[in-house]
Design a protein around this ligand. Structure first.
Ligand code: XIL
Length: 506
């Protein structure tokens, strides 16, 4: 069944940020999960085609990337040890990962990529309400636990998504329950069963997902922000507009229950899209968070805001790095964590300029998280293009449909290496070269981001980023070289002169 969601009437920038999130297939999880996932993907493709047909391709700005400046842009990527170094530098585990469900195609690719690139798992669909309580009162964590077990097998951490959402609900919801039954029985029972059942090692839970409206304006109260959403349970299921629940008790109850049953270190998040900057929707999410704290007494240092970050690689399709940094620091002042929870970036056409632009935006979002004291989870939604909920043609992920790394994957690896090496934060490269140019041994900027050039000396065979390998014919050493000092298999690093070593066939 295709269920049209409430029309989005937000400001232009918000619509731009998330252009085709209008329809979902609502499925019974156990019966037709595979078919449903495939159909959803087809619909996503269809909608994408419908929306972008006739749209003129934007000329993307030329961007300056770390992969142009000494970091590898080809060859095998293995960032597992770099992620360990990032965590050491941050003084807290940095969870970098992607989505997985056991029905995903190409299991052997998943087995490999969750050892070498992603080290953190989120179940794409397996922990949602339709999957975990298909029959009222009967908790079924089969798929959710299976994805967690996959994570454990490869030494990955696991995050929970989600315990409450108006979408992907079981067929018995919304039903005709009273507000009191929903708030005092159905929600707490579900949240308890899921959070208790998944255990205390879950890094964070999206306790409520997408509760804030798209048409919000500055100054709205937390309740107004949620009522603006126009979805169950603040409207009846038939869309008549008569509220079922007239306050935020359903959110408070979900959080109180989560706090009671989650592990002592598990962060409890409110997760939403089109958020991250100094805009009305982000202000609303913060207002709801403050209201949760005031009404539940959960300490701020157990709370988090998840920024989904479903983006497009075009002007207005993403937040600037400085806007993100400012929001993250507002949250840090409260003790609240900021998390990038569902990052993907649609490109208009899968060409070199767009893929480089995509790489720059990805790098900037990652930097915003890396260099913030309160951001330690970064999840990429769907690990490769052919599995993306945004459709294959959106080319919205880090790996192409053959599972090969795209420029964004190399740039992400480079930003992680750059951070782990203790280098200064690069300027906002998605702004384009006119305001941001990265140079060889660090970064310089003429833009507004706080960045200084940094230097690190290295000679052939030492001092470069670890866990990476330069491709055949690529540079692998030399005075001032800061890139990989290992070579792809079948090649050896050979010094040509003091300034240049190259990966040559063995
Ligand atoms: C998407 C999944 O990726 C799809 O497979 C599914 O058909 C629909 O949901 N925001 C969320 C995620 O919080 O749960 C959504 O995931 C993407 C948008």
């Amino acid at each position: 069944m295709i269920v049209p969601m409430a029309p989005k009437v937000g400001p232009a920038t918000e619509r731009e940020l998330r252009p085709h999130y209008g329809y979902f297939f609502i499925c019974s999880f156990h019966s037709i999960l595979r078919a449903c996932a495939a159909m959803s993907s087809l619909v996503a493709s269809f909608i994408a085609i419908a929306i972008f047909a006739g749209r003129v391709a934007n000329a993307q700005p030329a961007v300056s990337l770390l992969i142009d400046n000494g970091y590898p842009s080809s060859g095998t990527l293995n960032i597992a040890s770099v992620l360990t170094q990032v965590s050491a530098k941050k003084g807290q585990t940095f969870h970098f990962g992607s989505t997985y469900d056991t029905y995903d195609a190409d299991q052997s690719w998943f087995d490999s990529i969750f050892q070498t690139f992603f080290k953190h798992v989120v179940s794409e669909n397996g922990c949602k309400w339709d999957a975990t309580e298909p029959t009222q009162g009967t908790s079924d964590l089969t798929e959710c636990l299976a994805t967690q077990s996959f994570a454990t097998t490869y030494g990955n951490s696991f995050r929970g998504h989600n315990t409450f959402w108006h979408s992907q609900t079981p067929s018995w919801l919304p039903g005709s329950f009273s507000a009191s039954t929903l708030v005092n029985t159905i929600i707490p029972q579900h949240v308890q069963a899921e959070i208790q059942g998944m255990g205390s090692s879950v890094t964070s839970w999206d306790v409520v997902n997408e509760v804030v409206g798209d048409g919000v304006s500055n100054g709205m109260t937390a309740l107004q922000c949620v009522q603006n959403k126009g979805d169950w349970p603040t409207v009846t299921s038939d869309g008549s507009g008569t509220p079922l629940v007239t306050d935020l008790s359903f959110i408070y109850q979900a959080f109180k229950t989560a706090y009671t049953y989650a592990g002592a270190n598990t962060r409890l998040a409110i997760n939403d899209y089109n958020t991250g900057g100094q805009d009305a929707k982000t202000a609303c999410v913060i207002a709801v968070l403050e209201s949760i704290q005031a009404n539940t007494s959960i300490p701020y240092d157990r709370l988090a805001i998840g920024f989904q970050s479903h983006l497009t690689a075009s002007t207005g399709g993403f937040y600037t790095k400085s806007a993100l940094a400012s929001t993250f620091s507002t949250l840090a002042a409260l003790g609240v964590n900021a998390m990038i929870t569902e990052m993907d970036i649609e490109v208009n056409t899968d060409n070199t300029a767009n893929l480089r632009y995509q790489a720059a935006i990805w790098g900037d979002y990652l930097d915003a998280c890396l260099y913030a004291s309160n951001c330690n989870e970064f999840i990429n939604w769907d690990p490769r293009d052919d599995l993306s909920w945004r459709g294959t043609s959106a080319a919205a992920t880090l790996f192409d449909s053959n599972g090969n790394p795209k420029p964004a994957a190399y740039e992400v690896a480079a930003r992680l290496q750059n951070y782990a090496a203790g280098n200064a934060e690069p300027c906002a490269t998605s702004s384009g070269t006119s305001v941001c140019t990265i140079t060889g041994t660090g970064s310089t900027t003429t833009g507004s981001s706080s960045s200084t050039s940094s230097t690190k000396s290295s000679s052939s065979g030492s001092g470069g980023p670890t866990g990476c390998a330069s491709a055949e014919w690529g540079q692998c050493g030399g005075m001032g070289w800061t890139g990989c000092t290992s070579c792809a298999s079948g090649t050896t690093c050979q010094e040509q002169n003091a300034y240049y070593s190259q990966c040559l066939p063995s």
